[in-house]
Design a protein around this ligand. Structure first.
Ligand code: ZN
Ligand code: ZN
Ligand code: ZN
Length: 300
């Protein structure tokens, strides 16, 4: 990170408050994961570690203005425990949810360990309908007073997202990007660093501005402008054959070409797509994601 010009007005795009920002792809597989249970196809039997895909989730890691390390989860898939152990995650400073499908939120119980480690509650940001769904599935968490026994459950604070309004978390601005997942409206997020005045920082650290757009079969007209000028795009790419709720290879590459981020990484692949051969088919500036891939930050 470089410091902004002292002549810049605060709020007119000064230096970012956060540094060492990176996005870690914790899982890059479709809802079944890869390998698929009981499948003996070439991808499922592959020795390439990039062909082992846990369910989709990611985390933003950064250092905030006070020098504290922060971790923000994007979705909490059923594989979260394994992902957390693999990457030694030991805290969670917020959870941002794209939609309420099982493969994206049925790991939410696991975050109770972060509550214990940090000794505080965790804010979870999701649209009201998604929060309502989470309240049904995780009744033991959101209505803990009705549990028969005093249980070890997560301590979450619900923060409803208005899809027309950005929200700020740990020095970052999250702008909801409406996406269509078949007929289901879900959210992607445009993520940018803030300056001291609460404006978008003039210089964006790491992979920022970044957009995380999982589970998407169409980008509505009003969302394209929210994806303009980004550095890094993370986008759904399911397989080659058509699918009612996800981008195919050709659709994802075409959308990424339109958005024209400096770098695009694809996620949510099925076992139809072996990593090495599929990656080789992609145009310059686009690559297939894999579990453990780090975008931005010092290790890239
Ligand atoms: Zn297979
Ligand atoms: Zn989904
Ligand atoms: Zn999914």
């Amino acid at each position: 990170m470089t410091s902004g010009s002292p002549r810049l007005e605060v709020g007119a795009g000064a230096a970012a408050l956060v540094r060492e920002v990176e996005l870690l792809l914790l899982g890059t597989g479709t809802s079944s994961g890869v390998p698929v249970i009981g499948c003996a196809c070439a991808t499922c039997r592959s020795d390439d570690p990039r062909d082992k895909r846990l369910r989709c989730g990611a985390c933003l890691r950064l250092v905030d203005e006070s020098g504290e390390p922060r971790v923000i989860l994007i979705d909490v898939p059923p594989d979260h425990r394994e992902q957390a152990l693999r990457h030694q995650l030991g805290r969670c400073d917020g959870i941002v949810v794209t939609h309420d499908h099982v493969d994206h939120v049925w790991g939410l119980d696991e975050v109770r360990r972060y509550n214990v480690l940090m000794g505080r509650s965790i804010e979870i940001f999701a649209e009201p309908e998604v929060l309502a769904s989470l309240r049904r599935v995780y009744r033991h968490v959101f209505e803990r007073q009705s549990n028969v026994n005093e249980s070890f459950v997560a301590d979450l604070v619900a923060r409803p997202i208005d899809r027309r309004r950005p929200f700020d978390l740990c020095g970052l601005r999250f702008t909801p990007v409406p996406l269509l997942h078949g007929r289901l409206p879900i959210l992607g997020f445009r993520i940018e660093a803030l300056d001291r005045g609460g404006a978008i920082a003039r210089e964006q650290p790491g992979p920022l501005p970044l957009a995380y757009c999982t589970d998407c079969s169409a980008i509505p007209p009003e969302s394209w402008r929210l994806l303009a000028g980004i550095d890094t795009l993370v986008l759904d790419l399911l397989r080659d054959r058509r699918h009612p709720t996800h981008f195919t290879f050709d659709e994802a590459v075409a959308a990424a070409g339109e958005i024209a981020a400096r770098r695009t990484v694809f996620i949510h692949m099925t076992h139809d797509l072996p990593h090495a051969a599929t990656d080789a088919r992609l145009p310059a500036g686009m690559s297939l994601g894999f579990d453990g891939m780090v975008l931005g930050g010092r290790r890239e």
